[in-house]
Design a protein around this ligand. Structure first.
Ligand code: SF4
Length: 232
């Protein structure tokens, strides 16, 4: 894919979603880290419902360690995998207190060593909380990148991230991450992508394939519904 096409994709997404942003509610790096940890295999909407109360009750890493694990589990029970996530949160809080003075470390290499914090979470935290450009690849970013040909169909999540970092100017990584998520969440959805009204259809391999398939289906339906008139 050439640079002009990449530019066209980025500009189109910016025009469609000029206000794209992190949809996980948080007011500091620590809350963001907890929210992203909770968001694995769960919608941002559900996480926000849970953190609305959670962040009132727990303000610091020490607060999470003052309650028994079972109490924290109950506080986040509406979230999938809540038992594991509760354990990760308490273990993470223990390390933050013991090794980082109760703060979330700013280095990516340090973040990924925390329990429950993977590469994607670390990218979200460094970019949104500390202003370091990064592209976190979640399910939306991966799907949209592959459909548009910004990455290969068989690329791993890490390969998708590397290709995006190569193709997108560094100072646009963080915003591009948000725009790809909005584009995937509200337009190029997993099940029903809006190809028929998509401004990127002319350059999208997946969209062209889908439009062709739906045209063939329509043609077939037209043929089968056109029944011959029988002479009596
Ligand atoms: S044409 Fe369809 S598959 Fe391609 S980016 Fe647009 S909505 Fe997604």
């Amino acid at each position: 894919m050439n640079a002009a096409t990449v530019r066209h994709i980025l500009d189109t997404m910016e025009a469609m979603f000029p206000d794209a942003h992190c949809e996980l509610n948080h007011s500091n790096a620590f809350e963001l880290t907890v929210a992203v940890l909770l968001s694995a295999q769960c919608t941002d909407e559900t996480v926000n419902k849970v953190t609305a109360d959670l962040f009132q009750k727990y303000k610091s890493p020490a607060d999470y360690l003052e309650v028994p694990l079972e109490e924290l589990e109950q506080d986040i029970r509406r979230i999938g995998l809540y038992r594991n996530k509760a354990k990760h949160i308490q273990n993470m809080c223990r390390i933050l207190i013991e090794q980082y003075g109760g703060d979330v470390p700013q280095e990516h290499d340090q973040l990924v060593t925390l329990p429950g914090v993977g590469r994607k979470t670390a990218n979200v935290v460094v970019s949104n909380a500390f202003g370091v450009p990064a592209i976190a690849v979640d399910t939306h970013v991966e799907r949209v990148s592959k459909r548009l040909g910004l990455a290969g169909w068989d690329d791993t999540v890490l390969e998708v991230e590397k290709k995006l970092m190569k193709r997108v100017p560094r100072d646009e990584w963080t915003l591009t991450h948000h725009r790809l998520i909005f584009f995937g969440r509200y337009h190029c959805k997993a099940q029903n992508p809006q190809c028929h009204i998509c401004p990127l259809l002319d350059i999208c391999r997946e969209g062209k394939k889908r439009m062709k398939t739906s045209q063939i289906r329509k043609d077939k339906e037209r043929v089968t519904t056109r029944k011959p008139k029988l002479n009596s």
